[in-house]
Design a protein around this ligand. Structure first.
Ligand SMILES: Cc1cc2nc3c(=O)[nH]c(=O)nc-3n(C[C@H](O)[C@H](O)[C@H](O)COP(=O)(O)OP(=O)(O)OC[C@H]3O[C@@H](n4cnc5c(N)ncnc54)[C@H](O)[C@@H]3O)c2cc1C
Length: 401
C-alpha cells in the first residue's frame, strides 16, 4: 500500500501527529507495538501520568481529542507549589495570576493514548505490529512490518520513544545524558485533599512531585538514586507510606492507600538532527528531558503540531525543505528547555550550604516579583512564545484534493 507518511510509534506523540495529519487530508499509516488500554480511565489509576499544559490542551481540543480525555479521566490543577527541603525557599503559582482558569491537567498516559486512538478514523493502523525493515529509495521509503505487510511512503516519522530503533537504523547519532537517577511512580491516596494544587519538594537526591488526581489521590514522581528507588519499591506498604509522608513533610497528611509502584531509570539526551531525506524524528525519539518540570510530552506534542503544519498541503511531505522548516522551528525551544532542566538539576542537586541558601533566596525572590513569575508561568504553560497554529486553536490548511 501507499501512504503520505508512516508513523512508527503510536504513543502520545505519534498518535497526535497521526490525528493532525489525517485532519489535514494526508494518508497516514501508524505502526504501534502495544494496543491502547481499552479500560483506560475506568479502572485503577495508571502508573504513568503527564502534566499537560494549557497550550497542549488547545492542540488536543483543536484536534477534537480533548473531549475524549476529560470524558475518561483527568484532573485540573489551579495552583502549584515548589519548595526546597534544604534551604527552605518556596515559590507558588496560581492560575488567577495568569488570568487562566487553570495551570494545567494531570492526565494518565493511557487515557491520552486511548482518546487519541479513538480519533484515528481513516488511518491505516497496524497495531500490534513493528517495523522490520526500512529501505530508503529516492522517491519513497519502503517500510516492511513484522507482520509481513509493506508500505511505500513519502515520509517515515520516528515517534518510537527514547530508544528509537528508526533513529538508529537511519544512523542519526544520539547524545545520551545519563542522570544516574531513577523515578519511583505510582498513585497514592492521601488523608487530605490536594485542593487542585500540584506540589514538588526538592530533596537532596532529587525532587518529589505530588500530582493531583481525582478525589484524594495523587500520582507521585519521586526522583532519587537508583539504590534508594529499588529500596522504596520493595518496602512493605506501611513502611513506604511512612517514608512518603516524611519526604512530603506531611503536606497532605498520612498516606491512606499505597497504589502499585514502579521505578524508571531517568535518561536524557538529544538527537544530532531531527530530519534527513524522507525522515523526521518527533517526541522522545528526538529529545529526552528530565521529568522535573513535566515538559517531555508537551514538547513532543508541539513537535507533532509543528511537523503537521510544515507538511500539510505539500505535494511531497517528505521533501527536505519542509522537514528542515520543522527542525528550525522546534530546535530552539527544545534546546532552551533541555538547558534549563540541566541548570535546575545542578542547582537543586547541590547539598552545599551556600548554594542551598542562594537557590532558596532565588525562589523566594522570584515568588515576590509577580510580573517575572507571570512571565515564567505563561511560557511554561505554552501560552506565549512561538507556537504552532494548532496550539493557537487554528486548524491546519485545507485538505488536498
Ligand atoms: C517518570 C516520568 C515522568 C514524566 N512526567 C511527565 C510529565 O508530567 N509531563 C510531560 O510532559 N512529560 C513527562 N514525562 C516524559 C514523557 O513521558 C515522555 O516525554 C513521553 O512519553 C514521550 O512520548 P513519545 O510518544 O515520544 O514516546 P513514548 O511515550 O515512549 O511512546 C513511544 C511509542 O512507540 C511504541 N514503539 C516503540 N518501539 C516501537 C517499534 N519498534 N514499533 C512500533 N512501535 C514502537 C511504544 O509502544 C510507544 O507506544 C515523564 C517521563 C518519566 C520517565
Amino acid at each position: 500500500m501507499h501512504a503520505d507518511l508512516v508513523i512508527a510509534g503510536g504513543g502520545m506523540v505519534g498518535a497526535t501527529l497521526a490525528r493532525a495529519c489525517l485532519m489535514a487530508g494526508l494518508r497516514v499509516a501508524l505502526v504501534e507495538a502495544r494496543p491502547p488500554r481499552e479500560d483506560a480511565g475506568a479502572g485503577p489509576y495508571g502508573l504513568r501520568v503527564s502534566a499537560i499544559t494549557p497550550g497542549v490542551e488547545t492542540v488536543l481540543r483543536t484536534l477534537g481529542v480533548w473531549e475524549g480525555v476529560v470524558a475518561r479521566r483527568a484532573c485540573a490543577y489551579r495552583r502549584m507549589e515548589v519548595w526546597d527541603a534544604l534551604g527552605g525557599g518556596r515559590i507558588r503559582f496560581d492560575a488567577v495570576e495568569v488570568t487562566e482558569p487553570r495551570l494545567g491537567h494531570i492526565v494518565e498516559n493511557d487515557v491520552l493514548v486511548a482518546a487519541l486512538h479513538e480519533r484515528l478514523e481513516g488511518c491505516a493502523r497496524f497495531c500490534p505490529d513493528t517495523v522490520r525493515e526500512v529501505e530508503w529509495r529516492n522517491r519513497c521509503v519502503r517500510v516492511t512490518l513484522a507482520s509481513g505487510q509493506t508500505v511505500d511512503t513519502a515520509l517515515l516519522v520516528a515517534a518510537d520513544g527514547a530508544r528509537s530503533q528508526i533513529r538508529e537504523r537511519a544512523g542519526i547519532a544520539f547524545e545520551h545524558r545519563p542522570f544516574h537517577q531513577h523515578a519511583v511512580v505510582g498513585p497514592m491516596r492521601m488523608a487530605h485533599h490536594h485542593n487542585a494544587c500540584a506540589r514538588q519538594r526538592f530533596l537532596p537526591d532529587g525532587p518529589l512531585a505530588l500530582l493531583p488526581l481525582p478525589g484524594n489521590w495523587v500520582s507521585i514522581v519521586w526522583t532519587t538514586t537508583p539504590e534508594e528507588a529499588a529500596t522504596l519499591v520493595d518496602l512493605p506498604e506501611a513502611a513506604f507510606a511512612a517514608r512518603l509522608e516524611a519526604a512530603s513533610e506531611g503536606v497532605l497528611g498520612a498516606v491512606e492507600t499505597v497504589g502499585p509502584r514502579a521505578a524508571f531509570p531517568l535518561v536524557g539526551g538529544r538527537a544530532a538532527r531531527y530530519v534527513r531525506h524522507r525522515l523526521a524524528l518527533v517526541g522522545d525519539a528526538a529529545h529526552v528531558v528530565h521529568p522535573l518540570a513535566g515538559q517531555g510530552v508537551n514538547l513532543g506534542i508541539l513537535d507533532a503540531a509543528t511537523l503537521a503544519e510544515c507538511i500539510a498541503g505539500r505535494p511531497d511531505p517528505g521533501r527536505l525543505s519542509a522537514l528542515r522548516r520543522y527542525e528550525r522551528a522546534r530546535r530552539g525551544d527544545v534546546e532552551a528547555t533541555l538547558r534549563l532542566m540541566e541548570a535546575f538539576r545542578h542547582v537543586f542537586g547541590s547539598r552545599l550550604g551556600p548554594v542551598a541558601r542562594l537557590r532558596s533566596l532565588g525562589l523566594d525572590w522570584t515568588d515576590a516579583v509577580t510580573p517575572l513569575k507571570r512571565r515564567i508561568a505563561r511560557l511554561a504553560m505554552d501560552l506565549d512564545g512561538e507556537r504552532p497554529r494548532l496550539a493557537r486553536g487554528l486548524p491546519l490548511g485545507a485538505r488536498r484534493a
